[in-house]
Every structure is written in C-alpha cells, then in structure tokens.
Design a protein around this ligand. Structure first.
Ligand code: MG
Length: 157
C-alpha cells in the first residue's frame, strides 16, 4: 500500500465556468486555468501521481502544450489512472477536501463522488469529497480562489 497527497489552487474569475469534480456548478464566477481548472480533480490527480512517484500534473500536462488547452480535467485524471495501472497499481481509496467560501457545494458532492469513482474505476464507497469554508479568512475566504486537497492510497496489483 502506498499513499499520495495533492494540493491545488485556482483563481476565481468572471466569465469562466465553475467545474469541480467534473460537475458544472451554477455560480457567477469560475476557476481560471489552462484546462477547465477543476481544482479538485487536479489535487486528486496529483495525489495519485504522488502515490506512484510520477511527479505532478504540471510535468505530465504542461500548460505550454496546446494539446491540453481547455481539457476536461476528468480526462486528465483518467490518463493518470491509466498511468498508475501501467505501473502496476490500482487505487484503493480517495479522500479530498475543497476549500471554498461560496457557493455552497453540499448538494453537488454526490455527483462529484460518482464522477471520480467512475474515472478511477472503483466503487463510490471508496471515494470521499468534503467541503469547508475558511470562515471568511484568507484567499479562499474572500472568494479570490478555491483550494483543494487530495489523499489517495494505491495498492500493487
Ligand atoms: Mg490546477
């Protein structure tokens, strides 16, 4: 069994869709990035890459590469899962936390779990997504950005 950890932040701006865990969430702002800027999937993808010692998504999907421009992060995550499989690993479980003052995310979490579990090819009972505010403190509290943390365990097949 191996453990991986991931962390990511994206800036909240106008005229962008807000996509978290592969779910498009109605909100007046969205996350800025080269891809769809799905901060949750980026943190979880980095956690998988951490567990299998394959660097990070910045190395795998450089923002200088037009191939990944506007990419769906769920596709990037699937690519990372395939890489883990190629290296002889399968995901055991995934835990994560989104740090976000607004909008409220609770009603969207079941769909995020479903998307992540499907892409990781594991049952939904092995995936957890949490959301917290920072009580108005810091860049997440003021709504300048959204952060996410992910922890993943993998096992050798
Ligand atoms: Mg990112």
């Amino acid at each position: 069994m191996r453990v991986g950890f991931g962390y990511d932040v994206h800036r909240l701006v106008e005229d962008r869709k807000l996509v978290l865990g592969g779910v498009e969430i109605p909100f007046e702002k969205g996350l800025l990035g080269h891809s769809d800027a799905d901060v949750l999937l980026h943190a979880i993808s980095d956690a998988v890459l951490g567990a299998i010692a394959e660097g990070d998504i910045g190395k795998l999907f450089p923002d200088t590469d037009q191939k990944w421009k506007g990419a769906n992060s769920i596709d990037l995550f699937r690519y990372v899962i395939d890489l883990a499989k190629q290296k002889g690993f399968e995901v055991n479980n995934i835990d994560s936390t989104i740090v976000c003052q607004r909008p409220k995310l609770a009603s969207h979490i079941p769909k995020m779990v479903e998307n992540i579990a499907a892409a990781a090819q594991i049952p939904a009972v092995r995936v957890n997504v949490k959301a917290t505010t920072t009580e108005g403190l810091g860049f997440t509290g003021t709504g300048e950005g959204i952060a996410a943390y992910g922890v993943v365990t993998v096992r050798e097949r």
